[in-house]
Design a protein around this ligand. Structure first.
Ligand code: NAP
Ligand code: MN
Length: 282
């Protein structure tokens, strides 16, 4: 069994099945130059370039942050779009092709069969005390909650049952592929992306004789939804990947494994633990 077998949804998509593509870049001159080269090479081989709509393939050129942006731009067509990342800076988790390999990548896109691997996402739903609507978000890395101002004081519930009263800077809910990002800085575990889970980590909790939180990261399976309810201040500062919004009048924020997944096009094997080693051990 290879490393990605549990997450592989389609083995061996025949060469030539990816017909349309988009390219998202970090915006720097070098990434834009690569973008022009990719567009030239792929359109010369009769692929259709789109910069909106529903491309079969989205190529992100920049860093992991660029792939996060591409994901949020194309969130409405996750079921049919596959992503691939080229890094123009340091080695990335989502961006796994180097700038030197761009010709290899474009040749692979048009003439090699590929596998599609699907990774879990995080679903976030915020409901309000005096409004009927619910706001939903999908995160590729994580979602964090902080208070509107000062300390976050909130009840944490798992499957609707009170788990703890949290006091501290905030809470972080991460996906398996996001576990190497902010979650890692919070001493969370690194989770293999074949596990459809959400990890909850604390951001500087207060623990003394009066206030007590679990202190350890929690790893929740697909069917265990987690709710966070404000205690006094009902404003939540919420980040979803690189995006941040302030919510007032919050009744509850709920996090769980999303039904949607992100699909990556793999033209060669890329063991997750090798990427972890290369990024953090060297
Ligand atoms: P950024 O400030 O450029 O990102 C911070 C760093 O996180 C960058 O080096 C980025 O890589 C890297 N990164 C992003 N996703 C990753 C992943 N899944 N695994 C390992 N590293 C990853 O902002 P950004 O590029 O828009 O990324 C937003 C992300 O930054 C957030 O989702 C959060 O995870 C992370 N963040 C981390 C901390 C922390 O560790 N204390 C604090 C705030 C935010 P690139 O340089 O390749 O883009
Ligand atoms: Mn970045």
């Amino acid at each position: 069994m290879n490393d990605s077998s549990e997450t592989t949804v389609t083995d061996g998509i025949p060469a030539g099945s990816l017909r349309s593509f988009a390219v998202e870049t970090r915006g720097d001159a070098f990434s834009n130059e690569l973008k022009d080269r990719i567009i030239g090479e792929l359109t010369a081989k009769n692929m259709v370039y789109l910069d909106k709509g529903r491309p079969d393939l989205v190529i992100s050129v920049g860093g992991d942050g660029t792939l996060l942006q591409a994901f949020h731009k194309y969130f409405y067509c996750l079921g049919q779009t596959a992503f691939v990342g080229v890094h123009t800076g340091h080695l990335g988790f989502y961006a796994d092709w180097t700038a030197d390999e761009v010709d290899d990548l474009t040749a692979s896109v048009t003439s090699k069969q590929c596998n599609i691997v699907a990774y879990p996402l995080l679903n976030v739903r915020i409901s309000y005390k005096h409004q009927d609507r619910v706001r939903s978000y999908l995160a590729l890395n994580e979602c964090t909650i902080r208070s509107g101002e000062g300390l976050l004081v909130a009840d944490v519930l798992i499957r609707g049952e009170k788990f703890e009263s949290f006091r501290g800077d905030g809470l972080c809910f991460s996906t398996p592929t996001g576990s190497t990002a902010y979650n890692k800085g919070l001493s969370g575990a690194i989770i293999h992306p074949s596990l459809p889970t959400v990890q909850l980590t604390e951001i500087a909790s207060i623990n003394n004789r009066v206030f007590r939180t679990i202190g350890s990261p929690l790893i929740l399976p697909r069917h265990h939804h987690c709710q966070v309810r404000p205690v006094n201040d009902d404003r939540f500062n919420v980040t979803v990947d690189h995006l941040s919004t302030l919510h007032a009048d919050v009744k509850q924020m709920e996090c769980c494994v999303a039904t949607e997944k992100i699909r990556f096009a793999r033209f060669r094997p890329l063991p997750f633990w090798r990427r972890v080693r290369d990024a953090f051990i060297g």
